[in-house]
Design a protein around this ligand. Structure first.
Ligand SMILES: Cc1cc2nc3c(=O)[nH]c(=O)nc-3n(C[C@H](O)[C@H](O)[C@H](O)COP(=O)(O)OP(=O)(O)OC[C@H]3O[C@@H](n4cnc5c(N)ncnc54)[C@H](O)[C@@H]3O)c2cc1C
Length: 334
């Protein structure tokens, strides 16, 4: 196993910020993962498990070992609809492979950047679907106990952009494989059409058409990280009580909000809150709030991770001052 010292992380994060990790290792087997954790434990340094870095902001140099997961392999069983994908595979490649082999359900999640292993971590979701609904098992290794784990979807405690893997103190859980249960028959989820004209107007009759529409909409609405560093939505949509919502609605008649399964709990559009406060296009050094989408922070001019992080802090503070609402970052900030 190769361990690099003073390693530049710029090619390994979608913000494209320059930061160094004291050590870096790309691991492609269980044995190498064990060795990497052993190395960090002997040196008494922190570890961070990295996929493709599209939901990670390096706000400063990392003083420990970055363990980049490079496990590969995809097994698609068309007869049962069960798909086993190693954590280091690319998510979008998996989505298109499954569709091309006649297994459906992932089309709404096309073109989400990142690795398979990170998908359950924040329960990736888009256009009305969350990966939790298709997960059979998540397999991996508990590096504290040295034991393997196999968790079913309930045991992963999936929630909106959340799971057991995102909880504080769960950094020792390394996902090695994600097992999905997909469908042989295509039953499209077009619930998003009620929220998006482009979906409502499109005639979607095949999984390929849905896949293409999702890719087309995403390409138009979100900056491509290869051209403009970003991590997609930087903040989660906040939840408030129905009483709090009524109070906000009385002050802001154009407030954008959504129902949840719980009648007492409503979800606010974080993008609306930020747009209302005029954040689109605001800058801090080379960091900028996208003029296309108030939730997306971009690296428009060789930003440092710290500049992006400070901009995010200012946005959160202003939302709290105006609305009394605490915005929570979706991105993992180191
Ligand atoms: C343009 C753009 C659009 C996006 N759109 C969406 C969207 O629509 N919906 C959505 O949900 N997300 C979206 N994202 C966020 C991002 O794509 C997802 O969160 C993705 O799953 C991150 O994958 P990654 O491999 O890059 O994660 P990383 O940034 O490498 O890691 C993210 C987290 O997962 C952990 N992790 C990674 N691999 C493992 C592993 N094998 N075992 C244990 N922990 C691990 C890391 O420690 C970290 O906490 C978008 C990002 C971008 C840049």
């Amino acid at each position: 196993m190769l361990i690099h010292e003073n390693f530049n992380l710029q090619p390994h994060n979608s913000f494209g910020v320059s930061a160094n990790s004291r050590y870096f290792s790309s691991v492609s087997s269980l044995e190498q993962i064990r060795q990497a954790f052993q190395f960090a434990s002997e040196k008494r340094i922190p570890t961070y498990v990295l996929g493709e870095g599209s939901n990670t902001l390096f706000s400063k140099d990392f003083p420990g070992l970055i363990i980049k997961i490079a496990l590969t392999g995809i097994k698609i069983d068309q007869a049962s609809g069960v798909v086993r994908a190693a954590a280091g595979e690319n998510w979008h490649t998996l989505v298109s492979s499954c569709m091309n082999q006649g297994l459906y359900g992932l089309e709404n999640l096309a073109l989400i950047p990142g690795s398979v292993g990170a998908a359950p971590v924040q329960n990736i979701g888009a256009y009305g679907i969350e990966i939790a609904s298709l997960i059979k098992h998540v397999k991996g290794f508990d590096m504290r106990s040295g034991e393997r784990f196999v968790l079913n979807a309930n045991e992963c405690y999936f929630d909106y952009r959340d799971s057991i893997f995102k909880k504080v103190g769960s950094d020792h859980l390394v996902i090695s494989e994600v097992v999905l249960q997909l469908h042989q028959d295509w039953v499209p989820d077009l619930s998003y059409a009620s929220r998006d004209e482009e979906f409502a107007d499109a005639s979607i009759e095949t999984p390929q058409q849905l896949f293409s529409l999702v890719c087309q909409v995403r390409r138009r609405k979100l900056p491509d990280p290869k051209l403009m560093g970003n991590a997609g939505s930087f903040f989660k949509n906040p939840f408030v009580s129905a009483i709090c919502l009524d109070e906000l609605k009385s002050r802001y008649h154009d407030l954008v909000w959504f129902d949840t399964d719980d009648p007492g709990l409503k979800k606010l559009s974080a993008a609306w809150l930020l747009e209302k406060l005029g954040w689109k296009g605001q800058k801090n050094g080379g960091a900028e709030v996208s003029s296309m989408h108030a939730l997306v922070l971009i690296n428009s001019a060789s930003a440092t991770g710290e500049e992006i992080s400070v901009l995010a802090d200012r946005m959160m503070a202003s939302v709290f001052d105006e609305f009394g609402i605490v915005l929570e970052p979706e991105v993992r900030i180191l």
